[in-house]
Ligand binder design. Structure first.
Ligand code: NAP
Length: 248
């Protein structure tokens, strides 16, 4: 089987729905044990029930990744549950869109805190475990918006551009310890995050996508699965767009 992950342990943040849940499903289908972390406790319970029902070994932990103590506790809980951590998928993310002149300081800060600081705190805690094991995969979910900017998303674009810079820096720091660090940059994917866009915005966006459709969460999950696998052992510090050709 391609992208075999038997006995690998994967921690996925924001794993209760959307891209995070699809990623958990795909990694689980390749044999990985799953540890879901999210702020949404009920969502986590339901997601874990679905995955366990499909014979994927799944545990979960409720935490806010933007809190460094809770990030550390998530990694500790994963290691105490499964005795190791091989794959971290930093997927939890939020949007608080507004034009820059009207953006509230709180909305600037919360997006930076969750998307960028949260990814860093999780990577920091996971890296200590992976460095000791001399192996590991960190996969950060960035966005094409971090590469090309987007009106109304200065906070989100800054957070995702930050994730890309962090990815490359961690890749350089951790390479000698056998840990690879990469980012996936989705374009517009059908999840609750994009459901809120108006019909007009969706139509306008569609015109800019060469493949003329939105992506599906599983199409992002496949790329995460590849980066998590042995087949991707020689890839680090890269940003892989999954965007129907939006950025080229
Ligand atoms: P989603 O459906 O909104 O799911 C995000 C999940 O993360 C939710 O379950 C959310 O819980 C959780 N979360 C939010 N803040 C958290 C925190 N502080 N700690 C732990 N969990 C938290 O989003 P999605 O569309 O699947 O997006 C997943 C990732 O892909 C995000 O990083 C996003 O920026 C990125 N991305 C998405 C798209 C797209 O088109 N959908 C495009 C590019 C990049 P609550 O809802 O309870 O807050």
């Amino acid at each position: 089987m391609a992208f075999e992950l038997t006995d690998q342990v994967a921690l996925i943040t924001g794993g209760s729905r959307g891209i995070g849940f699809s990623t958990a499903e795909f990694l689980g289908s390749r044999g990985a044990k799953l540890f879901l972390v999210d702020v949404d406790e009920e969502g986590l319970r339901q997601a874990a029930n679905v995955l366990n029902g499909r014979n994927r070994e799944t545990a979960f932990f409720t935490a806010d990744v933007a809190d460094p103590d809770q990030a550390q506790k998530s990694v500790d809980a994963c290691v105490s549950q499964f005795e190791k951590l091989d794959i971290l998928v930093n997927n939890a993310g939020i949007t608080r869109d507004a034009l820059a002149v009207r953006m509230k300081a709180g909305d600037w800060e919360s997006v930076l805190r969750v998307n960028l600081s949260g990814s860093f705190y999780m990577a920091q805690a996971a890296a200590k475990v992976m460095m000791r094991a001399r192996a590991g995969r960190i996969i950060n979910i960035a966005s094409v918006v971090g590469l090309m900017g987007n009106a109304g998303q200065a906070n989100y674009a800054a957070s995702k551009a930050g994730v890309i810079g962090m990815t490359k820096s961690l890749a350089k720091e951790l390479a000698s310890r056998g840990v690879t660090v990469n980012a996936v940059a989705p374009g517009f994917i059908e999840t609750r995050m994009t459901e809120v866009l108006s019909e007009d915005t969706r139509d306008a966006l569609l015109k800019t996508i060469p493949l003329k459709r939105y992506g599906k969460p599983e199409e992002v999950a496949f790329v995460v699965g590849f980066l998590a696998s042995q087949e991707a052992a020689y890839i680090t510090g890269q940003v892989i767009p999954v965007d129907g050709g939006l950025v080229m």
